[in-house]
Design a binder for this molecule. Structure first.
Ligand SMILES: [Zn+2]
Length: 96
């Protein structure tokens, strides 16, 4: 397996989000994410994490982790996202 190391290419994730967020808001703006609505652009770490996850997905890898409650291995995408298995989510009162 060959892997690229280092920082993600600039074009990943579309135009530079930080640059877009710095633009002044205008009355007829067509942007979806507005700071007035409480939107904060993703930081460098979040963008890097998204890039790593996308690359892993493209290579056919799936994430897994252990349940925070029972320590069983989790592979289901939703379970991994919440760090809890379906049964433990229900027990903890997390709806999904
Ligand atoms: Zn569990």
């Amino acid at each position: 397996m060959t892997r690229q190391r280092g920082r993600p290419p600039k074009e990943v994730g579309g135009p530079d989000v930080a640059t877009r967020a710095a633009e002044p808001a205008t009355g007829n703006s067509t942007r979806i994410h507005l700071s007035a609505d409480g939107y904060t652009p993703p930081g460098a770490e979040e963008r890097y994490e998204s890039w790593v996850l996308a690359e892993a997905r493209n290579l056919g890898y799936r994430l897994s982790c252990r349940c925070l409650d029972c320590r069983r291995p989790l592979t289901d995408e939703i379970s991994v996202r919440y760090r809890r298995g379906r049964v433990c989510r229900q027990r903890a009162g997390v709806v999904l």
